[in-house]
Design a protein around this ligand. Structure first.
Ligand SMILES: [Zn+2]
Length: 291
């Protein structure tokens, strides 16, 4: 027993030393604001939250999302000039109704007076009806700014009287805004005054080519439209709904189906948004200023 005493004493000293050391470590950890576990855990949570916020703000501002959104918003504006007439305009309206889509008709005032019923029908069926011209006589319209605006307001009055509605402030100038019939000086003056009056002149970035000759083939019209719509986020298509443009009518169902299949949404100048208008100004389809 006497031999055991020194061993027991040494064991006691060692045990006390280790107990003290262990409790000191625990006390030190108790006072730390973050234990090693909390520190790891919190930093994990924070960093993943930050990642999430970064990801969200990245998606909000990144060109990736912008491209994705604009990809979704592929839009087409079908526009028909020079009507209404008593055969093809009605047929076009029926095709549009069958497909549950709307289009814009830039009309000739005298044709509206000759065919008031079809003009009213266009408006009553939610089609956008805008001013093209009253007389469509280039030499008279583009003589000077006064003659242009006299013609413009004559057409506007016809639309008001027959449809009971004011036309949208979007118009199509006969021959387009940079036609070669009028002198550049007169055209520039007309366009300046239009912009001052907040009237917007609309050209096109897709031409069906249906006015290039008396009779353009159905296949040519289809190809012109579909080819030119490729890679466009906003397509404004020029077509004509006059008495002899039968091939335009024949090409239309295929054009509508193909554009629908390609993801285009059909819009008119009655439901155009500010953003779409801004895009079209940049694209030089609306209010194009000649260089
Ligand atoms: Zn025209």
């Amino acid at each position: 027993m006497k031999k055991c005493l020194p061993i027991m004493f040494i064991s006691f000293i060692f045990a006390s030393f280790f107990c003290f050391k262990f409790s000191s470590v625990q006390d030190l950890n108790k006072d730390k604001p973050n234990s090693s576990y909390e520190s790891f855990g919190k930093s994990g949570i924070y960093s993943s939250d930050l990642d999430k916020i970064d990801e969200e703000s990245y998606l909000m501002d990144s060109p990736v999302k912008t491209a994705y959104e604009s990809e979704k918003a592929k839009e087409v504006f079908l526009t028909f000039d020079d009507g209404p007439c008593n055969n093809n305009t009605k047929k076009i309206l029926n095709i549009l109704k069958d497909n549950n889509i709307k289009a814009t008709f830039f009309i000739i005032g005298t044709k509206g007076e000759e065919n008031p019923q079809i003009l009213k029908e266009l408006s009553d069926n939610g089609m956008s009806v805008g001013v093209h011209t009253y007389s469509h006589k280039y030499n008279e319209i583009y003589k000077n700014t006064d003659s242009y605006f006299k013609d413009y307001y004559n057409c506007q009055r016809v639309i008001r009287r027959i449809t009971g509605r004011d036309p949208a402030p979007y118009l199509r100038m006969p021959g387009g805004s940079d036609n070669l019939v009028a002198s550049k000086k007169i055209l520039d003056n007309i366009k300046n005054i239009l912009r001052q009056k907040d009237l917007k002149y609309v050209d096109w970035n897709v031409s069906s080519g249906d006015a290039e000759s008396c009779k353009v083939s159905v296949e040519k019209i289809k190809k012109n439209v579909i080819d030119q719509c490729k890679n466009k986020k906003i397509a404004v298509i020029l077509m004509h709904d006059t008495y002899y443009k039968n091939t335009t009518v024949e090409a239309l169902p295929y054009i509508v189906k193909t554009l629908k299949d390609e993801g285009f949404i059909f819009k008119t100048f009655d439901d155009i948004t500010q953003n779409e208008e801004t895009q079209m100004v940049k694209m030089r389809v609306i209010n194009r200023i000649s260089i």
